[in-house]
Design a protein around this ligand. Structure first.
Ligand SMILES: NC(=O)c1ccc[n+]([C@@H]2O[C@H](COP(=O)([O-])OP(=O)(O)OC[C@H]3O[C@@H](n4cnc5c(N)ncnc54)[C@H](OP(=O)(O)O)[C@@H]3O)[C@@H](O)[C@H]2O)c1
Length: 254
């Protein structure tokens, strides 16, 4: 199983490189970048549920059945298990249900790209958590990496949730187009949701201190940074009155 873990990490890194290369050329063809004639699409809500679902089941199956912690899960491992499942209950189930536009479509190609990544990522993270010696004792709860990582992850999650909410509310009146988002971290960046997401997973990696956690951060950066820059350019091109001081994704920097 250790070999499958190492190979999966290598594949995720390769996927990250491929994602970075393709997203630098053109942002993934969903949302505002989906063309009117896009073939093979699914309703957006079940599409989100479908491609995010492996993060639940791959993590849960690996953690409990495929490669469970040798001497049973410690309290720290159980905490991380619940933390992961709670986030993906939000991202895969609650978030799509919060979307206002129920007629929105999502390309099959994006589901087909996201599903295998999520499968490998759920597996590698569960395997790493279940086999990390430092997570076997409850002493990790008092480790500065755990405490700081948890605080950073909580901050990132709040920023991301608030940004998701601001974007969802832009269409509360049934409007189907795009408006300039205001408030929260949108004061500083165009992609406040991606900023929160990056901070969240960076905090998670610090909190669990596993190679799989850090590889996931690299993938998230490769996936979201170029898309955030594309969003930023799109806003500037679309709205002549777009706030000039706003950056793309990292406040004050990028
Ligand atoms: N961990 C990861 O690697 C990862 C990867 C992808 C996404 N995510 C997370 O999943 C969430 C959604 O991601 P996404 O890529 O779909 O984000 P997005 O492109 O910012 O879109 C988010 C939602 O808000 C709507 N929206 C965006 N800008 C708007 C505006 N100016 N006016 C009105 N509505 C607007 C979008 O509608 P349209 O669909 O019509 O554009 C979509 O429903 C984010 O929180 C993100 O962090 C995480």
């Amino acid at each position: 199983m250790e070999r499958a873990y190492e190979v999966s990490l290598a594949i995720i890194l390769l996927m990250g490189v491929a994602t970075l290369a393709s997203t630098l050329k053109a942002a993934g063809p969903y949302g505002r970048y989906m063309t009117a004639g896009q073939r093979f699409t699914l309703p957006a809500r079940p599409a989100w549920l479908l491609f995010e679902s492996p993060q639940w089941f791959a993590f849960a199956l690996t953690f409990w059945l495929i490669a469970p912690p040798e001497s049973g899960p410690s309290s720290v491992m159980l905490f991380i298990f619940c933390f992961w499942q709670a986030h993906y209950t939000y991202r895969g189930l609650i978030y799509p249900l919060r979307m206002r536009d129920t007629h929105k479509r999502f390309p099959v190609i994006a589901v087909a790209a996201g599903f295998p990544f999520n499968l490998l990522n759920g597996f590698t993270n569960a395997y790493a958590v279940g086999h990390a010696a430092h997570l076997m004792g409850n002493g990790w709860f008092a480790d500065p990496r755990f405490i700081l990582g948890l605080a950073i992850a909580a901050f990132g999650w709040i920023v991301n949730f608030q940004a998701d909410t601001i974007l969802i509310n832009l269409r509360a009146d049934g409007f189907k187009g795009y408006r300039i988002p205001e408030g929260g971290a949108f004061r500083w960046v165009s992609a406040a949701n991606y900023f929160g997401e990056i901070v969240f997973w960076s905090g998670f990696a610090l909190m669990v201190w596993t190679l799989a956690g850090f590889v996931f951060v690299l993938f998230t950066l490769a996936n979201l940074m170029p898309r955030a820059v594309a969003h930023h350019r799109w806003y500037r091109a679309e709205f002549p009155d777009y706030p000039k001081s706003r950056r793309a994704v990292i406040p004050g920097l990028l």
